[in-house]
Design a protein around this ligand. Structure first.
Ligand code: TXA
Ligand code: MG
Length: 321
């Protein structure tokens, strides 16, 4: 049976009571500009444990703590290099997560036992209002992974959250509806524990953007500290994803709108540019599953910036196992 109360009209009062419920230990799924998050009070071990249970996610994977204001990172992080301050000033609120050396506030059940913590200020009116309401009643931060089952496609609408997680949520858990996510792929994760920023997961904030505001050359990801999205198979629908192939009759197709639909293929999305591609990708993959389509061909977008993030997710969506 599907659980979780759906709040489609998020008034200030509704957000206040959602924040109070979060404080008392329930889970609150909420929109962000990247994807929807499944939130819990980041200082409540039992509530955070429920996130792992609902997602079916291994317990040693660290969670991102969402904050109302960039100033709040000094509570959670003990060392903040100058380039991280530049990044926070330039891109928060926004689709960027900074991995910093943790303070005593950041417990092992958030960091997966690591000495670092991931922090983000999302750029979404409703998310910020919710985070501020939580802060106003003494909340320190909201731990939130993407609101999807482990290894599956992230959610970019409240309806998708309900379909994806409804049967695992408790009756008192909430799903806040803030409309479709405008970016559509998860935040850029930047490790800020070394001399230079290092990208752990590409997103809308690109290498070029990071270098432009910090004046520091970005180091490439060499060894991977636990980023679950960097496992081989991730972001996967039930359908088999094929990259840059030719769709057979009955196959799904996701491609930029100037790419013609071959006879018999089922067009799932026709984005007009790379930003639009990112915005619609996950809903298109979900639609493939909703229609029972077995194979989806995706013609990958070219270029850097958000296209790099799209290709990164597609590579994992297409990986087997
Ligand atoms: O856009 C986003 O980042 C979304 C929205 C909801 O904010 N969240 C998201 O969370 O994508 P999640 O848990 O699905 O992916 C976050 C990734 C995980 O792969 C996790 O391992 C990594 O961030 N991560 C979190 N804290 C980390 C840390 N301290 N060091 C390295 N990786 C970390
Ligand atoms: Mg995720």
């Amino acid at each position: 049976m599907s659980q979780g109360q759906f709040i489609s009209h998020c008034t200030a009062d509704a957000l206040k009571s959602a924040a109070q419920q979060l404080k008392s230990g329930t889970l609150v799924a909420f929109p962000t500009e990247t994807v929807y998050g499944l939130g819990a009070d980041a200082t409540n071990a039992d509530a955070v444990a429920r996130i792992y249970a609902v997602k079916g996610r291994p317990a040693d994977h660290p969670l991102i703590v969402h904050l109302a204001d960039a100033q709040d990172i000094s509570e959670w992080a003990s060392e903040i290099p100058d380039y991280a301050i530049d990044l926070a000033r330039s891109f928060w609120p926004g689709p960027m997560t900074l991995v910093l050396t943790r303070s005593e506030l950041a417990p092992d059940f958030i960091t997966g036992g690591q000495a670092t913590v991931g922090l983000r200020v999302p750029d979404h009116t409703l998310a910020l209002a919710f985070l501020n309401a939580f802060k106003a009643i003494g909340g320190k931060g909201v731990a939130a992974p993407s609101a999807n089952r482990f290894g599956h496609v992230s959610t970019t609408t409240a309806k998708a959250v309900h379909e994806e997680l409804g049967e695992y949520l408790a009756p008192e858990d909430l799903i806040l509806d803030g409309g479709p996510s405008q970016v559509g792929v998860e935040s850029t994760i930047i490790d800020c524990t070394g001399d230079a920023p290092r990208i752990l997961r590409p997103g809308a904030i690109s290498v070029e953007m990071i270098e432009a505001v910090t004046g520091v050359k970005v180091v490439n990801r060499d060894d991977v500290i636990r980023v679950s999205g960097s496992l081989e198979s991730h972001y996967s629908p039930d359908a088999h994803v094929v990259l840059d192939g030719h769709p057979r009759p009955g196959d799904g197709l996701i491609a930029l709108n100037d790419y013609p639909t071959p006879e018999g293929a089922i067009r799932l999305a026709s984005p007009i540019n790379n930003e639009d591609f990112a915005r619609h990708l996950y809903e298109a993959l979900r639609e493939a599953d909703a229609q029972g389509i077995e194979q989806v061909v995706v013609i990958q977008p070219e270029g850097d910036g958000i296209a790099t993030a799209i290709r990164d997710r597609l590579k994992r969506a297409a990986a087997k196992g």
